[in-house]
Write a protein that binds this ligand. Structure first.
Ligand code: HEC
Ligand code: HEC
Ligand code: HEC
Ligand code: HEC
Ligand code: HEC
Ligand code: HEC
Ligand code: HEC
Ligand code: HEC
Ligand code: HEC
Ligand code: HEC
Ligand code: HEC
Length: 422
């Protein structure tokens, strides 16, 4: 009988609490009655694991929290003053949508199984000091979110236990263009964890529903980079991705995820020096070229061209893949709108070679070096190989002779030197 009435009582109390926000203390105990004991700074209890849990509630923080006008029984619906063991607070009673999304997340699924390594609502929001996400003091305020998540996601023990990405990936976010923009520059428009992962329904990227699932990445990044998304969608890569070609690149294949850096940063995967490597991750792969009938060896044929050799020697002004093909608007050469379509080459090359006429652009830019295919380059290469080798040999010879000469002179002067000093 008693078992039957308890839930009813709780429900009644809850309902009373909900509708009693205006007439203070109309039902159940008021804040003051609870604070008689819980206002005491020293009040604590010992947890089963032996640790002490403070039972003190900071009334000032509570008053300025979003629930601060309500009595304690709003959440602790079964509490009386004094009371016995209380039930766990269920935020979802009032926040159904958040609770539903959360229950489907990696965090919520494990929490429901009793795992406390994953966050409950209050690990991200707080208990008695919950503030609105737009309040700069809230744990969930945009500029504070990374710290809220990283409290766990930089923890090495959790990383190992749950096979999460290693520390480097997490530290990398803080150093990325997005992390720096929010942490150092205080820019609220930059990307924080929840912009990419969602806040409540967080799932690993390999699940179709996840916000970071491959298929969703372009639109996810495009929320804040809409101009780029528009171009990308019309490109061969964007169309390929839409058509379900798994190897067609999405934003993160070229830019990284937590490591995204400014283009001008030399360590960026898309800095002028690194672009050939980034594109070639796919375009040098035999399997991809064969499957999609693409021309092969794009990297080696570029690296053997004048541009590639110059880039390797640090000349970043020289053409890289993107200078000729474009970036987010790459199209097949056969497409009349492509920057590398025959008709457009004088213009494309003309950006850097102002005097380039139609003939200039005729030369091969992807050079497969062999006497048959590119005699000119082959000859120049051969010449340079012989020339430079000869130069190196002569130089070494020169230094060798010089050293030998010095050694000889020293030997001669050896006795003379001693005499001179005495
Ligand atoms: C007479 C002092 C007293 C009053 C009044 C009091 N509490 Fe407590 N409260 C305690 C003590 C002692 C504990 C620790 C109980 C234990 O060891 O489990 C506690 C524990 C709690 C806990 C921790 C959960 C649990 O069951 O261990 C909550 C929540 C709580 N009180 C809420 C309230 C609320 C809400 C009120 C007002 C309606 C209130 N208390 C009034 C003394 C009091
Ligand atoms: C917005 C909901 C909410 C309100 C309102 C609220 N609490 Fe809590 N309280 C929690 C949550 C969540 C916990 C964590 C334990 C749990 O889930 O039951 C908690 C835990 C506690 C504890 C145990 C110590 C701890 O920090 O875990 C005490 C004591 C307590 N509350 C007292 C109070 C008092 C006193 C008031 C009113 C001044 C109050 N609570 C109002 C949500 C609330
Ligand atoms: C009894 C119902 C109730 C419970 C239980 C409750 N809340 Fe609330 N909460 C509200 C109401 C009502 C508001 C809106 C206050 C307003 O808009 O003035 C609110 C506001 C919020 C906000 C700010 C929302 C916004 O849009 O700015 C957050 C965050 C929040 N609650 C989190 C929690 C968490 C976390 C818990 C559990 C620890 C919890 N709430 C428990 C009723 C509740
Ligand atoms: C992993 C951290 C995390 C957990 C766990 C979490 N939240 Fe949130 N929640 C956030 C963040 C961050 C925001 C701010 C929204 C944003 O900027 O995207 C938020 C926003 C909210 C809001 C404001 C309205 C909205 O939906 O945006 C409410 C209400 C809320 N959470 C309630 C809850 C409740 C209830 C739970 C537990 C069932 C919970 N949250 C669990 C991080 C979390
Ligand atoms: C209280 C600690 C804690 C907090 C706070 C926390 N997480 Fe987690 N998170 C975990 C643990 C533990 C797992 C592993 C769960 C699993 O393996 O299913 C996890 C899983 C994840 C996953 C999915 C990984 C996977 O393979 O399942 C993502 C993504 C994630 N968290 C992002 C976030 C974000 C974003 C925030 C902040 C809004 C956050 N977490 C806050 C502990 C936390
Ligand atoms: C610019 C978007 C973006 C931001 C900001 C971001 N992430 Fe990620 N994160 C991703 C993507 C994309 C993946 C890879 C998803 C995949 O392919 O599995 C990922 C992977 C993860 C994983 C591994 C789980 C998985 O899905 O493979 C965790 C955990 C994680 N991120 C946590 C965080 C935390 C914590 C923050 C904030 C400190 C954060 N992320 C910031 C986009 C982002
Ligand atoms: C095929 C590789 C690739 C893909 C896919 C890609 N990018 Fe880029 N992105 C680049 C390169 C290369 C640059 C550097 C261009 C330059 O040198 O100015 C760049 C530059 C940028 C910039 C800097 C601003 C600018 O235009 O110079 C932003 C922002 C950006 N990309 C966002 C995105 C987003 C969002 C997506 C997905 C919709 C995306 N990128 C997809 C390769 C790529
Ligand atoms: C919430 C909005 C937001 C989201 C989501 C977002 N970004 Fe950004 N991103 C920004 C802002 C703002 C900056 C500029 C930061 C600065 O200038 O300090 C930026 C900068 C960049 C840059 C550097 C541009 C440069 O100047 O060189 C790149 C590259 C970039 N984002 C790529 C991405 C990719 C890829 C994704 C998706 C995985 C993404 N962004 C998701 C807001 C966002
Ligand atoms: C993740 C792998 C990947 C990356 C990285 C990548 N591509 Fe591609 N690319 C592809 C695939 C797959 C296709 C074929 C798509 C299709 O046919 O729909 C393609 C098509 C192309 C085409 C059109 C070829 C044709 O004949 O249709 C060009 C040009 C191209 N890519 C240039 C580049 C450049 C330049 C970069 C670097 C800025 C780059 N790609 C980065 C996978 C990639
Ligand atoms: C100096 C300009 C230039 C540079 C630099 C360049 N390309 Fe090209 N690329 C072209 C031209 C012109 C064509 C079409 C004619 C041909 O195949 O030689 C082409 C053809 C291609 C094709 C086949 C496209 C199709 O539709 O048939 C791919 C793929 C490609 N390049 C990838 C790359 C990659 C990857 C890099 C960097 C490692 C790169 N290109 C560097 C100008 C350039
Ligand atoms: C981003 C700028 C840029 C673009 C675009 C570009 N080049 Fe170049 N190219 C250079 C630079 C810099 C050099 C080395 C300096 C020089 O001699 O002008 C160079 C050198 C060359 C050379 C070797 C010797 C010479 O100076 O004549 C040839 C041939 C050449 N480019 C052909 C092309 C062709 C064909 C295209 C168009 C398909 C093209 N380039 C597009 C920057 C570019």
């Amino acid at each position: 009988m008693k078992r039957m009435t308890r839930p009813f009582l709780a429900a009644a109390l809850a309902a009373a609490a909900l509708f009693s926000t205006v007439p203070a203390g109309a039902a159940g105990p008021g804040i003051g009655e609870c604070m008689d004991c819980h206002g005491d700074k020293t009040i604590e209890k010992t947890l089963p694991n032996g640790q002490a849990l403070s039972l003190h509630v900071d009334l000032r923080a509570y008053r300025s929290s979003v629930h601060g006008k309500d009595s304690c029984v709003t959440c602790h619906s079964d509490a009386k003053a004094p009371h016995e063991k209380l039930a766990k607070v269920v935020c979802g009673r009032c926040h159904g949508d958040a609770a539903k999304s959360y229950s489907m997340s990696s965090h919520g699924i494990l929490r429901a199984k009793g795992v406390t390594d994953v966050p409950a609502c209050y690990d991200c929001h707080g208990k008695h000091d919950i503030r609105r996400p737009k309040d700069p003091e809230a744990r969930t305020f945009r500029l504070n979110i990374a710290a809220t998540c990283l409290r766990c996601h930089k923890d090495q023990a959790l990383e190992q236990k749950y096979n999460l990405p290693d520390q480097k990936a997490m530290v990398a976010y803080e150093r990325s263009v997005h992390g720096m923009a929010s942490k150092k520059a205080g820019l609220t428009g930059s990307a924080v964890c929840v912009d990419c992962h969602g806040n409540h329904e967080i799932l690993p990227g390999d699940q179709p529903r996840s916000a970071t699932n491959r298929q969703k990445i372009p639109t996810m990044c495009g929320k804040c980079h809409p101009g780029i998304l528009e171009k990308y969608e019309k490109s061969v890569h964007g169309k390929g991705m839409r058509a379900g070609i798994a190897e067609s690149p999405v934003c993160t294949d070229c830019h990284g995820e937590h490591t995204i850096a400014r283009v001008s940063d030399p360590s960026s995967s898309v800095s002028s020096r690194n672009i050939p490597k980034t594109c070639s991750g796919c375009h040098e792969k035999e399997s991809i070229s064969t499957r999609y009938a693409l021309p092969k060896n794009r990297f080696s044929s570029y690296m053997d061209s004048f541009h590639g050799i110059a880039l390797e020697y640090g000349m970043t002004k020289v053409a890289n893949c993107a200078s000729c093909h474009g970036v987010h608007d790459i199209l097949p050469a056969s497409d009349p709108a492509s920057t590398v379509n025959k008709a457009n080459l004088p213009k494309t090359c003309g950006k850097c070679h102002p005097n380039a006429g139609p003939n200039f652009a005729k030369g091969d830019v992807h050079v497969e070096v062999s006497p048959g295919k590119a005699m000119g380059v082959f000859a120049v290469r051969l010449f340079y190989t012989i020339f430079i080798s000869a130069l190196v040999i002569l130089f070494v010879l020169h230094v060798g002779l010089e050293l030998y000469g010095r050694w000889n002179r020293r030997k001669e002067n050896g006795t003379g030197g001693k005499e001179g000093r005495s």
